[in-house]
Design a protein around this ligand. Structure first.
Ligand code: FES
Length: 321
């Protein structure tokens, strides 16, 4: 068994068998989410920034690049300073360690915010990732402090321990994404309805009641409000939650699993933890049949924040719901 395989198996074993660890991790994640939701719209807006909603991509892995990059480069300049006795290399190392340590604060905040909406079956792994990185941050903070007081050797030792822990933590972070699919889009890869596709007799769709239909195995959420019919993917992009079971309010659907909110008209993310918009469809009624067609860039332009809905001829209209 290779070293990574053994480490992975040991982490799984710990999470599954250490009494109460998984449940406590899930509970902590839920409490953080409750605290965010309790702050209302303001709390959710701050969480959205930390999730990365505005950039359509999780923020945490972007920030980790700065932190890991600075700490790793700092170690490189430490080595250079040791080999060449160069004061400028030592100064560069000190500055990079400080930069990495300061950037670790927003990085950790973004990670904790993502943890609040983590899949239940990955909460234990997410907690270990966070604990290891917190200890690494402590070591780097001590290193930064000692370097500032001209205690370079102890500063070097602290950052070396921190670097080892950081590597473990980063490896686990990669595992969360690659193996456990945390933070990746769960939108189905297969795309359907390239052209107008009949899906349901119009009489079968009740107003103000979300309905799930499938085209070639791809679930789609239909929602009729006033005269208009909205259609977006029924699979939540965050972790695959069933949007047709979500609650509908103000032209948006809230996912029943971790509370992401999507606009029913154009699928854009109103609130995270999701950062990726839902595919959406134009709809029309022809000869008593609802037809839909996948929206693509250039097909029908309108401002992303508008509350427009698609009419039966596929034009954008003001939402009258
Ligand atoms: S699956 Fe997490 S918010 Fe929908």
């Amino acid at each position: 068994m290779s070293l990574p395989q053994r480490f992975r198996a040991q982490v799984d074993e710990f999470v599954d068998n250490y009494p109460g660890f998984k449940e406590t991790s899930q509970d902590v994640a839920r409490r953080i989410q409750d605290a965010i939701f309790a702050k209302g719209e303001q709390g959710r807006n701050v969480a959205d920034i930390l999730h990365g909603k505005q950039i359509g991509h999780p923020l945490h892995p972007i920030l980790t690049d700065i932190t890991i990059g600075s700490w790793t480069l700092g170690a490189f300049f430490d080595l250079l300073a040791f080999l060449t006795r160069s004061p400028s290399s030592r100064k560069a190392a000190d500055r990079l360690i400080a930069l990495g340590t300061l950037s670790a604060i927003p990085t950790a905040l973004a990670g904790i915010t993502d943890f609040s909406g983590i899949k239940q079956d990955s909460a234990g792994h997410g907690a270990i990732h966070g604990i290891i990185n917190s200890v690494a941050l402590f070591f780097f903070w001590r290193s930064m402090r000692n370097r500032a007081r001209n205690r370079h050797f102890s500063g070097f030792l602290y950052s070396t321990f921190g670097l080892g822990l950081m590597t473990l933590g980063a490896w686990l972070g990669g595992e969360l994404v690659m193996s456990r699919r945390v933070g990746v889009s769960h939108i189905p890869e297969k795309q359907v309805a390239d052209d107008w596709t009949p899906i349901l007799p119009a009489a079968d769709l009740k107003a103000n009641k979300p309905q799930r239909i499938e085209i070639d195995g791809q679930p789609i959420l239909l929602y009729k409000h006033a005269k208009h019919i909205s259609a977006i993917s029924a699979v939540c992009s965050h972790a695959g939650g069933p949007l047709e079971e979500g609650s509908i309010r103000d032209g948006c659907v809230q996912c029943p699993w971790h509370g992401s909110v999507f606009n029913l008209t154009d699928g854009h993310v109103v609130h995270g933890p999701a950062t990726v918009e839902e595919p959406h469809y134009l709809t029309r009624v022809t000869d008593g049949q609802i037809e839909l067609r996948r929206w693509r860039l250039g097909m029908d332009e309108y401002p992303i924040e508008s509350s427009a809905v698609h009419s039966q001829n596929g034009q954008a209209l003001k939402d009258q719901a």
